[in-house]
Design a protein around this ligand. Sequence first.
Ligand SMILES: [Zn+2]
Length: 357
Amino acid sequence: MPTSPLADLAQQTADLLSTISALSTLDALRDAEASLTGKRSILASLQKSLGTLDPEARKAAGAQLQEARRVVEAALEERRALLRRDARQLSLEADRLDLGDVIASDVRWPLAVGHPGLIALTQRELEDVFIGMGFTVADGPEVESDWYNFEALNIPPAHPARGLWDTFYVDLGEPETVVLRTHTSPTQIHLMERAVATDSLPIHSVMPGRCFRRDTPDASHLYSFHQIEGLVVDRGISFGDLAGVIETFTRAYFGPDISSRLRPGYFPFTEPSAEFEVTCTICRGAGCRTCSSSGWLELGGCGMLDPAVLEAVGIDGDQWSGFAFGFGIDRCAQMRHEVSDMRALIENDVRFLGQFS
Ligand SMILES: [Zn+2]
């Protein structure tokens, strides 16, 4: 009886498995693959030799060989997966950056350390001044309904005063008109509503924030700018209190030789209203080109709360009165640091920003 071509299959399979387990890289595995399971492999030549067997024996030997091939191929795939995992691990190790090591190694390269921009710095300084005067700081949304931005502030639809604000409208597909707030004044309405709902009057708050108007940016206008708004609602508040707050703030922020003055003005939500000016920070009141030789620079607007505004939020105007004021944070930064072009405030030029680190 002739020897079966598969007499050594167990040993041959074991040899293949030990060759596979000795493969140490994915490249080596790819190179060895053809000789392990391909057309020139021992498995392929054993397959050919089965042709000499009679059908019965060929069937049994075929099944035996198929099982050996399954075992070898499975070992090969398992090895491939393992080597892939190792390769990935190695690559992660190579890319690993331990910041602890960096610090411990005392490396000194020119690190660029960031810092708040001029607008953020100015906002913080202004908040500090008002906190020192007993105000709290409040925040409000930048996207507002028409009611908060206009109507509750005594500016009904079609009121000519709407022309004072070139408004960005937001289309949310809702019946309600939604705008990017054109001023920080809507936050006053939120504050007063909250105070009424929680029975927590009086209010002494400032509200800094970003506002938007359809302006073409130039040296003195931006489409997005920052305002700080002040609101006081208390018993027995008079116009003298308002003037006192403006003057105290002016000296605290700009310095003791800068003072303020009020001129009659118009705002729909205050009555009476005033525009306030401060001593020109360039010429200190002597008169120069910036202040058109007047010695004064306009900073913001203010006034006593219109009874219609108090009524809109449900505050009893017989018991409570108050005032509001608002001015540009960007304008303060510009005046204090003599920034000639407002666009520098939003352009993120490190040569400009670096001056305020
Ligand atoms: Zn001047």
